[in-house]
Design a protein around this ligand. Sequence first.
Ligand SMILES: Cc1cc2nc3c(=O)[nH]c(=O)nc-3n(C[C@H](O)[C@H](O)[C@H](O)COP(=O)(O)O)c2cc1C
Length: 343
Amino acid sequence: MQSLRLKRKIDHIALALKQQGQSYMSGFSQVDLLHNCITEVGYNHVSLSTTFLNKNISYPIIINAITGGPKLATNINIKLAQLAKELSIPMAVGSQTIALKDSNYKTSFSAIRRVNPKGIFIANLSAKSNVESVYQAVDMLKADAIQLHLNPAQEMVMHEGDREFSGLMENIVHIKEKLDVPIIIKEVGCGISYGAALELKKIGIKIIDIAGLGGTNFTSIEGMRKKYQPIDPGLYSWGIPTAYSLAQVSAIKDLTIIAGGGINRPLDIVKALSMGADYVSMAGLFLNLSHNYTLKESLEFMEKFIKEIKIFTALTGAKDVSSLRKVSKIYKEDIKRHMNREP
Ligand SMILES: Cc1cc2nc3c(=O)[nH]c(=O)nc-3n(C[C@H](O)[C@H](O)[C@H](O)COP(=O)(O)O)c2cc1C
């Protein structure tokens, strides 16, 4: 079973890398930010710095859960931790189950704390994990928070998937009662609907990562692993596109929203923040950087990337994340149907 887990981790990295650059639909073309010709915000006046879990960060960007376990994963995690340190942004690790089953794999996760002792790191396990596993995962990283992932679509298609979901919400409540670090509930590429987010809020969840459809696609990855040809190709495009998911959940008050899933362009980040995301998360883009580029090259790329986020922000007339919320934008009819729900 453990060698299967190891093989799965390597498959996921290889297949997710193949998906990068393919054109998926995260839905942000449904939103137009309006150019502001009378902007008085100069490029140097834009500040993207904010706080995350009461700590200062330079940008509202999170390196999302990717991996851990095999040597390849250790190298990726170390590079990502270096990037997170240089950029002063938080980083999540991939599912730590592999290290809970075999302690030899712990260092592939804990190494990131040595790279960046003061960094903001987020542990990761399935939302179906027991409390003891959650304690251990948090302790492994001395984590500031834990992501509990929901991936029913992936499990359904995964050959060796766990297709039993009963007691899920009760389990989250139980973990929440016992844990004293914040919990982030996240999807892995199928999005979170208004109704699901509301239910999560009702049980006391304060932070969600919608991880919608449009980027790394795990139903398709699991299908590719077994060369499964579905009768209905809709199996590989199941989920709520990220922008639509964001349009739904942003109506819910007092919920911190991380927008992820297919976000890999500066303009999409500005759109997501303007639509109500507090932060954006990216996995595919950071996997690509850490695997295919040196740290120096990755930092040069990110410098350019952030420069363009600032340019778009200034051109809307906004100077920071909170003023971006108020800038003029037009929603196309399709996405409008997902909006304006009052909790
Ligand atoms: C290779 C790879 C492995 C991943 N493994 C995990 C995981 O173990 N746990 C998790 O919560 N999400 C995992 N994810 C999902 C991401 O955190 C993210 O939610 C999803 O990929 C959508 O973002 P993206 O389109 O920017 O990649 C993984 C993503 C990639 C690319």
